[in-house]
Design a protein. Structure first.
Length: 530
């Protein structure tokens, strides 16, 4: 059972759009700049260097990062990377993620490790340049219900409170109760003690969710030089003023993305643009800006602005304007010397809708890389799979199909009646020839009898399969139990399980193994045997 067991395309867990992108289908070529290969980064470097080094944004970026990290203990690697961003030969690789409680599902880790590992590969390939891994915290999101919980084994650890504004500004008050619940679930031991301390120091010793998440990500990945960026920053928003102004006045994003959506009609459209793709934000507000009859309104509020008033507000208080999913990628690429964005299938799908809007704004479109995916497997589970003669293709497959296929393999009988049915069809074909020489009622009787006989064979086939399932029930039950352990609710482990479940059993090894086994430019599910 090899570690690069199954390609993304064959896993069954990626959309048609992502599969076609990975296979570089010609009809999608216009939707991205360059496909992620180590060679293509040479051209991306040249293009981004020409664009970014002429706009003077580096100093603002470094100053903003230094300010954001005030009060945090950071590694020499991270400190060095922040300083290096002043250098015209330094570029970034970026991933972004919501502020999920205690990292949320496992793929939070996979995103960041993919980003760190790609920077390492790029440095080896292009030693004259520096590459800094960036985690963009989605502090301005307001979908609190998507981030206020995580799963630990069979428990759902949830933070219950109300939230209306950007989640990064949300007070951490009330997380003491969540800590108590989690601590009881963890139990005793050194690894449990570390996880309790990590939660405590992250959430109970920081005043808002952005600071708590920065501490947590810094503790987990700071030794690898990860730089954590909060886009909810006045200085950085000043750099975005010209693009926000264009959006308010001309609404080009709506036009361009709508045109791209026409090209993508055969696929599932991930996001739809608004006429204005900006929110108005304050501590407890994040609402859409709507243009009606030449007046700008903030949805669900009494706030109303003329064109002059809203442009004046943008110039003096750009922090009150927050890009939505359509414009956030543009904001990111304006303020960063970024080469590549690493995201999940859903993220890459919506990035593929955005290239024409980047071109309209004269901003280089980054290389798009589907993040690493992995399956964490214990040595015991690995041995079970081998004993049950299961391939990883088996375990990734539909459960009912797996059940039926393994029943056929375990049985000494031929459970497939296809040959018998084909023989029966040939016999009835001869009867049909005879029927052509007599009256039509006999022909109808032959057809009816054929249908009846075939239906009877199908029923017998199903009954035999069911009988064999009973015969091999114990082994089949072990197969399904193992699949359920590795694919909770018949979904991907990485979309549900939290890293703490594995850290509790395996300690730091479960994170260290990510650095050695995840290969960002190889689109395969990685099996991590712990």
């Amino acid at each position: 059972m090899p570690s690069d067991c199954i390609s993304y395309q064959n896993s069954g867990y990626f959309s048609k759009l992502i599969v076609d992108y990975l296979e570089q289908k010609p009809e999608l070529k216009a939707l991205y700049n360059r496909f992620p290969t180590i060679e293509n980064f040479r051209l991306q470097l040249a293009e981004k260097k020409q664009e970014f080094n002429s706009n003077g944004n580096r100093n603002t970026l470094v100053a903003a990062l230094e300010k954001q990290y005030q009060g945090f203990t950071i590694s020499e690697a991270t400190k060095s990377n922040i300083t290096l961003l002043s250098n015209t030969n330094t570029f970034t690789v970026t991933t972004g993620h919501q502020l999920n409680l205690f990292t949320g599902p496992l793929y939070f880790l996979y995103k960041i490790v993919s980003t760190i590992n790609l920077c390492t590969e790029l440095k080896q390939a292009y030693p004259d340049y520096n590459f800094v891994p960036i985690y963009w915290m989605a502090t301005e999101d307001h979908d609190f219900e998507e981030i206020n919980y995580f799963h630990f084994k069979h428990a759902k650890i949830q933070w219950n409170r109300k939230s209306n504004g950007p989640v990064g500004r949300l007070s951490t008050a009330g997380l003491e109760e969540v800590y108590e619940v989690f601590a009881k679930e963890l139990g005793l031991g050194d690894n449990a003690a570390y996880l309790k301390s990590l939660f405590d120091n992250s959430y109970l010793k920081h005043s808002n969710l952005a600071e708590a998440t920065r501490y947590l990500a810094n503790e987990l990945f700071g030794n690898k030089g990860l730089v954590i960026l909060d886009g909810d920053d006045i200085a950085l928003k000043h750099l975005f003023i010209p693009y926000a102004k264009q959006e308010l006045l001309h609404q080009k994003a709506f036009e361009k993305v709508s045109q791209t959506n026409q090209i993508l009609q055969e696929y599932t459209i991930q996001v739809n643009p608004r006429e204005i793709n900006l929110f108005y934000i304050e501590d407890n507000i994040r609402e859409r800006i709507i243009l009606e009859n030449k007046v700008y309104k903030v949805n669900h509020t009494d706030l109303v602005f003329t064109e002059t008033e809203i442009l004046s507000l943008l110039a003096s208080h750009p922090e009150k304007f927050s890009p939505n999913v359509i414009l956030r990628p543009l904001y990111q690429e304006v303020i960063l010397p970024n080469l590549c964005y690493i995201g999940g299938g859903g993220e890459i799908a919506y990035w593929l809708q955005l290239k024409s809007n980047f071109e309209t704004n004269n901003v280089t479109f980054p290389i798009l890389l589907v993040r690493n995916s992995a399956l964490m497997v214990s040595q015991k589970q690995w041995q079970k799979a081998e004993k049950l003669n299961l391939s990883w293709a088996d375990l990734f497959s539909n459960q009912q199909a797996l059940f039926n296929r393994k029943t056929e393999e375990l049985s000494n009988l031929n459970l497939d009646f296809t040959e018998t049915k084909e023989h029966l069809k040939k016999q009835f074909a001869k009867l049909q020839e005879m029927a052509m020489h007599t009256d039509t009622s006999f022909g109808r009787a032959v057809k009816a009898q054929e249908a009846k006989q075939l239906k009877g064979l199908e029923n017998l086939e199903k009954r035999l399969l069911k009988a064999e399932k009973r015969q091999h029930a114990d082994e089949l039950e072990r197969i399904i139990q193992l699949q359920n352990e590795l694919f909770p609710n018949q979904s991907l482990q990485e979309r549900r399980n939290n890293f703490s479940e594995f850290y509790l059993e395996f300690g730091i090894d479960c994170i260290q193994k990510l650095y050695t086994d995840l290969k960002p430019l190889q689109p395969n599910f990685t099996i991590l045997v712990l």
